[in-house]
Design a protein. Structure first.
Length: 941
């Protein structure tokens, strides 16, 4: 997720590996000492407008000079600061030009790429080589230091001005472009002047969506996105990369959250958790320096910042990822971050959290004095703490400051150390909180509690009660990869919307490990659930095609799954056809009924091996009559059950299976734009006396789908002969299922496919290759299929974060964005609501210039900044699609009454009653184990 075109303004260059897809400006400041210079960077704000001539084409202009905080040597993203200052002017201009002028002789502006941190480093290397610094340099002008003349030369090289076009209220920069700046000397105010000119041809002014109907809690600004330790959901908490990545991929107003700790020499660090060994490699560097201290009455053993100097920590200690489900490939590559380093990134707002103020005071480190002395220098906007005494002491020091003090609540049963009250008791007396704090930071379950089964309970009145007293309310414990309520169905955006876009209240901000997801929820998804879903076309969006209905919510292929899919806005509902023993076609993902039904506990005597269908034994539909199958209950078993990611346990055995005829009747009554009928195993079924092609054809004709004009019929199969058989229905669209992963498609294979199919359905790994859960590169499969006029459907998409490469930041919506940007004609998903949610939002329209939008990840961008030795071995070569892979022999004739190919099994049709269970107890255990094992798929693409 990335800021979009309105973001371009002078900005710190991000060293995060994922590039900002649209412009964000960059300024580079360097100094010989590397220390920040005194004095604020200043851009005066002087807005005015005046027509130069009468009439409809009168010119309009606005001018601003924006004040920026002091900058240290390096590249700096100052986009949020600039955008906050100029947005009101910029949005009034539909068509015009923005002129930027930097009023400084030791800094400069330019436009370049903001993709990898290497761009920043290489630029600095280049400049240092051609414009050397130091005593040996040939410069005579050294009055202001040995770095002064090099700064003047660099300023002349790049220049001090830029001109950028304005389109619909946004700076219209090209993809990957960023405004860069370079400089070396800054000892006085730095002024960046903006002049905006417009031709008033069109009378309507453009307001980006972010300026529109956003949720505004308590009548104020939209909710804040607060990045806990930066983008700690991906990079090590509080690392430089985490903070930079958060800035690049969040709303311009995003807040950087720093958990403050102090070294023995009173230097401030950002680090979550008091014991450093939980998130650093300090135990390996200083193995003998572990201590045990009393913290809030409890003994805590570990390594603590108060036992080390700042130099010991910065020079020796590196960070690690402390959440096991997150990438460990960055471990040991990033050092601890000073608060000064975070301030140097110039965030729009800075939030300091003091979790253990009394602990530092006990070690003769006065954190109240530290913060009060640094508030102005650091530009602190918020200070939070769970300690009432600390906040009261700090409040006495900051009476004339605009810093907001926030009381952070812990578990309701825990005791607050200074008042000796439980946090639950304090929560009941918010009036007293108002006397020393501007707001509260509470666990999210304080607002939306969940029961023991992980389902939402009615909301509390906390937000409304606090707002009535004038207290702001912020919620924490948001993370895409933490198991939350089943009500959200593993869609993290749905959880944010629950807090900011319900009809009753909205919180003032969310503290999150994944700020891009929160940003998208606020800027893209809020207030859009009633938006119409645009029709699927090449220039709008791909088809939303289900995989066994909404099988992420209800058991796959059940009546409830199909109803949910229709309610969720799907375009195409699917039926994978299986055959019963008495030749009744019905919908089920697999002919093995141990996958998705309760057959493993009811028909153990029907266990058989059918090598033509699968490796291993199962209970197969063609060995049971339809009446027997109807006694089964659907079974909702997700692919990551064993990892603890269960799907909607309350509906585990809900619904009923549907015969194909019932599925078609339901589809006719619904408002879907089409159906997909998937046919597998036709050659084998023919040897069993079952003509699945004939059965499906008859059902479609009986339902009048051969004459249907309102709904599209898609016939899918992995067998070319099946698709050829349906060529007699010219209105049907035929889809070749290519289940195995391919890295490319030969020209001959594509030509063969085009002879009998109109579309292909391919796996996600056939579109973008992955290594070690990181995206590596795009394949050319989509382009080659499109060149033969073949539509391309991609699947199967699932919302569980374990199904996603790390590049998607544990957000299933990011994967949808990627395939949509690649011009996929359809996406096959088990969670159609997530796709519909995105396509209803304005951010799904790539032609719009929005303040913030959801941008697809670029394969290889994260992989390029990892330690190659930390990655697992690359997978073996993936095959290229060849003609032999797509052309099948003709279907064999249906053997009348043919059971010659029947598998070996116990022929009894008796269900597993008490006697059968006693005789087959070992078999029951085997089948139950088989059912569990077959439900588990690969952890990562």
């Amino acid at each position: 997720m990335h800021p979009a075109a309105v973001a371009p303004a002078p900005a710190v260059f991000s060293s995060a590996s994922m590039r900002s897809r649209r412009g964000a400006a960059l300024v580079t400041i360097s100094s010989a000492s590397g220390r920040p210079r005194r004095g604020a960077v200043r851009c005066e704000v002087a807005s005015s407008s005046a027509p130069s001539a009468a009439g409809p084409q009168a010119a309009k202009w606005a001018q601003r000079t924006v004040v920026l905080p002091p900058q240290r040597r390096g590249c700096h993203l100052i986009t949020p600061k600039i955008v906050n200052e100029i947005r009101d002017d910029l949005t009034e201009f539909k068509c015009g030009m923005a002129h930027l002028f930097l009023q400084h002789t030791s800094a400069s502006l330019t436009i370049n790429e903001n993709y990898e941190s290497d761009v920043q480093a290489d630029t600095e290397t280049f400049l240092s080589r051609i414009v050397p610094e130091g005593p040996s340099a040939p410069w005579r002008h050294t009055m202001e230091g040995p770095d002064d003349m090099p700064a003047h030369i660099k300023s002349s090289m790049f220049g001090c001005s830029l001109t950028i076009p304005i389109t619909n209220g946004c700076l219209n920069m090209g993809t990957w472009q960023e405004e860069h700046g370079s400089g070396s000397h800054l000892d006085r105010s730095w002024r960046l002047m903006w002049k905006i000119q417009n031709i008033e041809g069109a009378k309507e002014s453009f307001k980006p969506y972010i300026e529109g109907a956003l949720p505004k809690p308590n009548g104020s600004a939209p909710p804040l996105v607060i990045a806990r330790g930066g983008y700690s959901g991906l990079f090590p908490d509080s690392s430089q990369s985490a903070y930079q990545f958060a800035l690049v991929n969040s709303l311009p107003e995003a807040v950087l959250f720093c958990d403050l700790q102090l070294s023995s020499d009173n230097v401030g660090f950002c680090m979550t958790g008091l014991a450093l060994d939980n998130s650093t490699l300090i135990a390996e560097v200083f193995p003998k320096n572990a201590k045990t201290y009393k913290v809030n009455g409890e003994a805590l053993h570990g390594w603590f910042s108060v036992d080390f100097t700042s130099n010991q920590l910065t020079d020796n200690v590196t960070l690690i990822q402390n959440v096991l489900s997150r990438p460990s490939v960055f471990d040991g590559t990033m050092g601890m971050n000073l608060v000064d380093d975070v301030v140097g990134l110039n965030p729009a707002q800075l939030w300091i959290n003091v979790q253990y103020g009394q602990f530092f005071l006990d070690h003769k480190l006065n954190i109240v004095e530290y913060i009060s002395s640094k508030v102005k220098e650091f530009g602190v906007n918020y200070v939070s703490s769970p300690e009432v005494g600390f906040l009261k002491s700090l409040g006495g020091k900051l009476r004339k400051s605009n810093v907001k003090l926030i009381l952070r609540f812990l578990d309701e049963k825990l005791i607050e150390p200074s008042t000796k009250q439980t946090y639950g008791a304090i929560l009941k007396d918010l009036k007293s909180v108002k006397t020393f704090a501007s707001g509260i930071l509470v666990p999210k379950n304080y607002i939306w509690p969940v029961n023991k089964d992980q389902y939402l309970q009615p909301a509390t009145t906390l937000v409304k009660d606090a707002h009535a007293l004038g207290l702001e309310v912020y919620a924490f414990k948001f993370a895409n990869d933490f198991i939350s309520s089943y009500n959200y169905s593993y869609d993290p955006s749905a959880e944010y919307l629950q807090f900011i876009d319900n009809s009753d209240f909205s919180v003032d901000g969310v503290l999150t490990d994944f700020p891009s997801t929160a940003s998208a929820a606020i800027a893209c998804l809020a207030h859009t659930k009633d938006n119409p879903l645009p029709p699927p076309r090449n220039d709008t969006r791909p088809l939303i095609i289900t995989h066994n209905g909404a099988s992420g919510i209800f058991p796959g292929a059940s009546d409830l799954a199909y109803r949910q899919a229709v309610e969720d806005g799907t375009d195409i509902i699917d039926c994978s056809v299986q055959m019963s023993k008495d030749a009744v076609p019905f919908c089920m993902d697999s002919p093995d009924l141990t996958k998705g039904t309760t057959a493993a506990t009811m028909f153990t005597t029907k266990v058989a091996n059918v090598n033509e269908i699968q490796n291993g034994s199962g209970i197969f539909s063609f060995d049971l009559s339809w009446s027997e199958i109807q006694t089964l209950k659907p079974d909702l078993v997700g692919p990551f059950n064993q990892e603890g990611l269960k799907r909607n346990p309350a509906a585990k055995n809900s619904g009923k299976l549907m015969a194909l005829a019932d599925f078609l009747a339901f589809s006719k009554r619904s408002n879907v734009s089409g159906i997909l009928v998937d046919i597998r195993n036709a050659p084998y079924l023919a040897t069993r006396g079952m003509g699945i092609v004939e059965a499906v054809s008859s059902a479609l004709v009986n339902a009048s789908y051969d004459k249907e004009t309102r709904q599209q019929v898609l016939i899918a199969s992995d067998n070319s002969a099946v698709l050829v058989a349906f060529s007699k229905f010219p209105g049907f669209k035929r889809v070749l299922q290519i289940s195995h992963m391919i890295s490319d498609a030969s020209k001959q294979s594509v030509e063969e496919v085009a002879k009998f199919a109109d579309a292909v359905s391919i796996s996600r790994g056939s579109v973008v290759e992955a290594q070690g859960s990181f995206l590596v590169r795009f394949t050319d499969v989509i382009n080659k299929m499109h060149s033969a006029n073949l539509s391309v459907y991609i699947g199967v998409l699932r919302d569980e974060f374990m199904n996603l490469a790390f590049d998607f930041c544990a957000n299933p919506m990011a994967e949808i964005v990627l395939y949509s940007s690649l011009m996929a004609d359809g996406i096959v998903t088990e969670f159609p609501a997530t796709a519909a949610e995105y396509f209803r939002s304005p951010c799904s329209d790539f032609s719009k210039n929005l303040t913030y939008t959801v941008m697809p990840p670029r394969p290889g961008s994260l992989l390029n900044v990892t330690d190659p030795h930390a990655l697992p071995p690359a997978q073996g070569p993936v095959p290229v699609l060849e003609p032999a892979d797509v052309v099948d022999p003709p279907l064999p004739p249906v053997t009348i009454g043919g059971h010659g190919a029947a598998p070996s099994s116990n022929d009894s049709s008796t269900k597993s009653g008490a006697t059968a269970a006693g005789a087959s107890s070992g078999l029951c255990l085997l089948v139950a184990g088989l059912a569990a094992l077959l439900a588990v798929s690969s952890r990562r693409p």
